[in-house]
Design a protein around this ligand. Sequence first.
Ligand code: 13P
Length: 260
Amino acid sequence: MRTPLVIGNWKMHGTLAEARALASAVRDGLRRPRGVEPVLCPPFTALAAVAEILGNGPIRLGAQNCHDEPSGAHTGEISAAMLVDLGARYVLLGHSERRREMGESDAQINRKVRAALVHGLTPVLCVGETGEERRQGLTFTTVEGQLRAGLADVPADGPAKIVFAYEPVWAIGTGVQATPTQAAEVHGYLRGLLSELTSKEAAQAIRILYGGSVNADNADGLFAEPEVDGALVGGASLNPQAFITIVRKAARAGAAARGE
Ligand code: 13P
């Protein structure tokens, strides 16, 4: 069974004081989360402060990006090694906002995925089609290309150490979520590819999250799909109560799937 994972991607939001307040509220609301793994991805400026607030508790720390080199003359960049040093366990890679705004290529994202793995940081590799690609029937082609390129030259045991996130670009920050059926269809397709690239058994253990306008109201429907192993939450993760509710719903759906 896959333990549901719910990641809050705070994106470029919040002062240090706001980050501290948000992390404290989430920590206090999720003292003993059972059967679910919550993760917070604050902006770089708040990582150290949030790390301190989360301590050795059950909520994990993640970053929103990393560079592919361990160190060097890369002004303004942060390496996977630096993130591990801060206590981060996860790093978001290939987010569509970075693909679009920073022009990140599949090749660059692949280098980052490999760098994260080398440093023991779990990459959360994001894939997703634009609205136009979906209209043209290119959803599977797009996500397959992103997944295969993202995993190029990754060691054989690599995919099992990666979390995947299906984030349709048209659903991010729009209030229009993919329907649970649409999400399950793409997740199933991605898992099929992962079976091919690893083994059926290994692919069954890999977590595939859905992201795009997830909130406390629509989370249940998504988590009811056995192929949806949790969520990558943007806007709603800035509201502690909403994020806590989504985490609890993921835990409940996981327990129901186990027949508890
Ligand atoms: P929203 O939840 O705000 O749509 O953002 C999703 C996302 O991009 C998470 O990485």
